[in-house]
Design a protein around this ligand. Structure first.
Ligand code: OXD
Ligand code: MN
Length: 601
């Protein structure tokens, strides 16, 4: 579509301003349709980084520059007016200074290219919990991914009308095609990346990277960083949470939301196939939840996304058959390995690499070199509608009612398989102490313990102390029905470093306990044992029928060890202490728990 399709004067003015700055050769408004996607894909196929996968209808493989493979938290900024508004966990820069610096980067950055205007909705178009963004980008890869991850097209412009608000998202790979310049396979400006958020203006400027969360601005930048600031101001929640529906053999259905740090298995949990007979899990979303209190006092959640941007390595028929089915067609794979017959392969796919494999760097795979064939943060982008267990209500504009909120992370010790908070404030405390051993989703060391409260550390668009205040305040509203909070850890290991819990479909056993407990009134102790850190399943309360886990291992899985927890407290205190105005209620929780631990047997 041409710019004439834009009937919103402020949107048009903003586009014109950015055309003047970025100087594209051409401007094109995306309609999000299949014909457009086919045409753009054809264009990319001429580059050396984009391949049609003959074995998967409508699917492509993209290989990125080795310097552009993950989110870059060091180059991610929250440019609020004052440094205190970004808080100690975010990089801050003065908005005016940052804009001046960025203008130099964006100046002429789209020369020789087309600027694509992507009108998109996070959440069903026009829904009461949905919001609109417009991304301007010079990357076809971004256009093709955004049309899977969000709802793109004319319907969004119609919903926007002539003066509705929208989030302004500007993106450039930072590689202008100045006369005669050679076009690399994956253009980017690997040494000068900026992922910059202006929460007061609801604006995002992203420069230099074409990869995932750095470039698909609807996801982490809008749906979490900008939306978290909007949510604080408007009284709702924008969270790094999956949403799933779980149905008991009796046909009772509940929805759960769950926050886990990046690459801790959210996609697997969201699509879990229960091993417990008669139980069913259906997927609403695998990464982000927008939630608000409904008129009936219940908490309602939507998945603002329309697709999955999942980590490929480790995904197999065994770990996640539903994801494997969801990516059978119409999927973009990034940085996985390519088989000679036009298919994909990655570590943990469940079978050996075929002869003639080409690795993610585009070279013949040689296992003797000890380097993975797929990048550890390789991804698939697939439409959510292709998931065989997509929940029938996943696009319900008003969302689904949430009965329980789960937190989790990768912890080899200390944290039991599951425990339940005593109440809302304790639940917020639980969220505030989420920690996990790091993975490859973000650039940096792998395997270190990182505090990642509510799994939002890299994604909160304002001061996290204020974020906890927001959670506490929202729980104080009158007439609301609090969901229950739980903390799970599938990753506890024994003394020999072996996982104690089988995970995957067996996690349904834990979900069953959560399902049952979430229907109980506050303070009810049936099926539960009180410990200093919360309720754990009472002996025998977890349904382990038919499971090959020894009673000793079960005991270890549910153990709450005083010394281990006491050893964790200094890290929590240091984290709390890094904020100026940390909620007193959470500090009191910490003191109470310390006291309980010190006086327990
Ligand atoms: C993601 C992440 O890509 O959390 O979802 O890093
Ligand atoms: Mn995520």
């Amino acid at each position: 579509m041409t710019l004439d399709s834009i009937k919103h004067p402020r949107l048009r003015a903003w586009i014109d301003e950015n055309v003047d700055m970025c100087m594209p050769d051409d401007v094109y408004v995306c309609d999000g349709g299949q014909e457009e996607a086919d045409r753009l894909a054809e264009r990319l196929l001429r580059s050396h980084s984009f391949f049609r996968l003959e074995n998967r209808p409508g699917s492509f493989l993209v290989l990125s520059d080795p310097g552009d493979v993950a989110r870059v938290e060091n180059n991610t900024f929250i440019c609020s007016r004052f440094r205190e508004e970004a808080g100690p966990t975010n990089n801050w820069a003065d908005p005016q200074q940052m804009k001046a610096e960025l203008r130099q980067r964006f100046f002429g950055s789209m020369r020789g290219r087309t600027m694509y205007v992507i009108p998109y909705s996070m959440g069903p178009v026009g829904g009461p919990l949905s919001h609109i963004g417009i991304e301007l980008t010079d990357s076809i890869y971004v256009v093709l991914n955004m049309r899977i991850m969000t709802r793109v097209g004319q319907a969004v412009l119609d919903a926007l009308g002539r003066d509705s608000p929208f989030v302004r998202c500007l993106h450039s790979v930072g590689f202008p095609l100045i006369a005669g310049r050679y076009e690399p396979a994956w253009p980017c400006d690997a040494n000068n990346k900026y992922i910059v958020h202006f929460p007061e203006e609801h604006a995002i400027w992203s420069y230099g990277s074409g990869y995932g969360g750095n470039a698909l601005l609807g996801k982490k930048c809008f749906a979490l960083r900008i939306a978290s600031a909007m949510a604080r101001d408007q009284g709702w929640f924008a969270e790094h949470m999956l949403i799933l529906g779980i149905t008991s053999p009796e046909g009772e259905k509940k929805y759960l939301a769950a926050a886990f740090p990046s690459a801790c298995g959210k996609t697997n949990l969201a699509m879990l196939i229960p091993t417990l007979p008669g139980w069913k899990v259906e997927t609403v979303g695998d990464d982000i939840a927008w939630m608000r209190w409904g008129d009936d006092g219940q908490l309602y959640a939507i998945n603002p996304e329309a697709g999955f941007f999942g980590v490929a390595p480790g995904t197999s028929r065994q770990s996640n058959p539903n994801a494997m089915d969801a990516i059978r067609e119409n999927t973009i794979f990034t940085n996985v390995a390519r088989t000679p017959d036009g298919d994909v392969w990655w570590e943990g796919i469940g079978y050996d690499p075929p002869e003639g494999l080409i690795d993610w760097r585009g070279e013949p795979y040689n296992p003797a070199l000890g380097k993975p064939a797929a990048h550890p943060n390789a991804r698939f982008t697939a439409p959510a509608s292709q998931c065989p267990v997509i929940d029938p209500a996943w696009e319900q504009p008003q969302g689904v009612p949430i009965s329980a909120i789960l937190f989790g992370g990768r912890r080899a010790g200390t944290v039991p398989l599951v425990h339940e908070a005593f109440d809302w404030v304790h639940g917020v405390f639980m969220g505030s102490i989420v920690s996990s051993e790091t993975t490859a989703a973000a650039a940096g060391d792998v395997g270190k313990l990182r505090r990642d409260p509510f799994a939002m550390l890299p994604f909160c668009g304002y001061n996290m102390a204020d974020y906890f205040h927001h959670w506490l305040r929202m729980g104080e509203r009158t007439g609301v029905k609090h969901p229950k909070f739980f903390y799970v850890n599938w990753f506890r290991k024994d003394a020999n470093g072996k996982f104690l819990w089988p995970g995957f479909g067996e996690n349904s056993r834990v979900l069953k306990w959560i399902f049952e407990r979430s229907g109980r009134p506050a303070g009810d102790v049936s099926q539960a044992t009180e410990t200093p850190i919360g309720f754990v399943p009472a002996p025998g309360a977890l349904d382990v029928a038919g499971l090959k886990v020894s009673p000793a291992a079960m005991q270890e899985l549910l153990a709450v060890r005083r010394d281990e927890w006491l050893a964790d407290l200094p890290g929590i205190k240091a984290f709390y202490g890094s904020f100026d105005e940390f909620p007193r209620k959470l500090k009191q929780q910490l003191e109470t728990i310390e006291q309980r631990l010190r006086t327990s047997e």
